[in-house]
Write a protein that binds this ligand. Structure first.
Ligand SMILES: *Cc1c(COP(=O)(O)O)cnc(C)c1O
Length: 479
């Protein structure tokens, strides 16, 4: 399997292998990597994967799917990496992603029982093991530098803690994360994890990371890398739980299901798109946004309009508060018939110049729904509160704010006879304040998180100063 950039001119690029792009972010031309083609799953293969999931488990299913895309890691090693990653010990159940029945035809797929209680663990835990494996094979080290306001940073730290050859330098805005999120990250005592609380806002953190990455000499000398959601390996890992969800909701391959996905950067639902392109019988991919409705606007109108800072709202489903959707280019590339030149014209030229592009008048736009199955909807704070309350009162189930956005939009897009699977992207304890607002009671806290706010913290406070973070990285690498 070879990988190409979404901005490559047709026929021009030499494809890269999986392990070449594993440690890279963007392609050199600024595009995102995608496989040259999507492997097609026959009816017989899907039946065999049903057996694999039911009889051998999630890790073996992950191996079956990943091995179609990764041909530069020996099969036995890849199988071992999957087995090491997807354990009941780390993810809480033997099913790893159990389906919970909500009501007639509606299911919740639990993706949030990993170490940080959000779905990002599903991919990040695998990424940690893949990084450690590949770095050891090359005899190299990697310094992961990131900025976080919550979920991504903690998922990265829990995935990379104690991994050989990897250090994580994670900046976050001082005093702005919830006490629970701070406790989760700052209580990690591993020597390769560095928490840096920056006196500023999230954008200051991101600017520092960008400034370091733009210093190409420093970047090369200290092997600076990232783990953001445009990494193809993260997306690929997420494809697996669409198969596992489908297998649990159906008995025969003739059945279809729909998925509703709380969306921000379009990484999660893009994995659903990949699963559907492989031939998984998915009827609809329901994109749910919060008040930051860049994606809903696109799927309704064909207009893609990046928001400025002033138009990016702080909401009670904060992990979906995005101004642009960093993985969206992957889907548009497919929608445009894999025309790299046109994708480049939209994402490099039009977005840079006008901050928007329009596909609404192009006949191809209707294929987003008709051929690729995408529909969308939006959910507000009031919708979120109502959905959380209704789900508690009618089903005795407490769901988090992001999952509530997904469920609200799912209900607007149900069809008779087609099971609707809502992806649960976080547990309610992470967003306790809104749960209290909706229900007047605290959400349940898993036992292993009892009292974490009182644990000792390992964090250094820093001014928003690029020289200071460079000095810290240089100092740690000298050890
Ligand atoms: C990251 C995240 C999302 C959004 O996922 P994307 O892949 O960016 O679309 C939704 N919910 C939660 C809880 C998240 O952490």
């Amino acid at each position: 399997m070879k990988y190409i950039s979404t901005r490559a001119a047709a026929g021009s690029s030499e494809g890269k292998r999986f392990c070449e792009i594993l440690l890279e972010g963007l392609a050199p031309d600024g595009g995102l990597y995608l496989p040259e083609s999507y492997p097609q799953i026959s009816d017989a293969t899907l039946s065999q994967w049903r057996k694999v999931y039911h009889e051998q488990g999630y890790a073996d299913l992950a191996f079956e799917i990943l091995s179609l895309y990764i041909d530069d890691i020996p099969a036995a090693d890849l199988r071992a990496l999957c087995a090491k990653t997807y354990t009941a010990e780390v993810f809480g159940t033997g099913e790893i992603v159990p389906l919970r029945h909500l009501e007639d035809g509606v299911w919740i797929e639990a993706l949030s029982n990993g170490p940080t209680l959000a779905f990002k663990d599903m991919a990040m835990q695998l990424l940690g093991n893949l990084f450690e494996y590949e770095l050891a094979r090359r005899g190299e080290e990697l310094n992961i530098l990131g900025a976080t306001s919550g979920d991504t940073g903690s998922a990265a730290e829990y995935a990379m803690r104690g991994k050989k050859g990897v250090r994580v330098f994670m900046t976050s805005p001082y005093g702005r994360m919830s006490p629970f999120q701070q406790a989760q990250m700052f209580s990690l005592m591993d020597a390769n994890i560095f928490n840096i609380a920056v006196k500023g806002v999230f954008d200051d953190c991101q600017d520092m990371v960008k400034a370091v990455s733009n210093d190409l000499e420093f970047k090369r000398k200290y092997r600076i890398g990232t783990v953001n959601s445009i990494n193809w390996a993260r997306l690929l890992a997420q494809v697996v739980y669409y198969f596992a969800g489908y297998i649990q909701a159906t008995e025969r391959n003739s059945q279809k299901v729909s998925f509703a996905v709380p969306s921000g950067n379009f990484g999660n639902v893009c994995a659903g798109h990949v699963a559907r392109m492989m031939g998984l019988p998915i009827e609809k991919l329901v994109v749910a946004t919060n008040e930051n409705d860049v994606l809903d606007e696109f799927f309704r109108t064909g207009s893609y309009r990046v928001r400025g800072t002033a138009d990016t709202h702080e909401t009670s489903s904060p992990s979906m508060d995005i101004s642009k959707a960093s993985n969206f280019e992957r889907f548009v590339f497919d929608l445009l018939g894999r025309d790299g030149a046109r994708t480049k014209a939209l994402f490099a030229d039009a977005l840079n110049k006008d901050g928007r592009f329009e596909l609404g008048t192009d006949p191809i736009f209707s294929e987003a729904a008709s051929r690729y199955g995408f529909v969308s909807g939006k959910s507000t704070h009031a919708n979120r509160l109502a959905t959380i309350k209704d789900t508690w009162e009618r089903h005795g189930m407490v769901i988090d704010t992001h999952t509530a956005d997904g469920l609200k939009v799912a209900m607007e897009n149900r069809a008779n006879g087609v099971p609707m699977i809502v992806l649960e992207t976080a547990l309610p304890i992470k967003f306790a304040a809104t749960i209290v607002e909706a229900l007047g009671r605290e959400p349940e806290r898993p036992a292993k998180f009892e009292g974490i706010e009182a644990l000792p913290k390992r964090v250094q406070v820093m001014e928003a100063d690029v020289a200071a973070i460079k000095a810290l990285i240089a100092q740690e690498c000298a050890h």
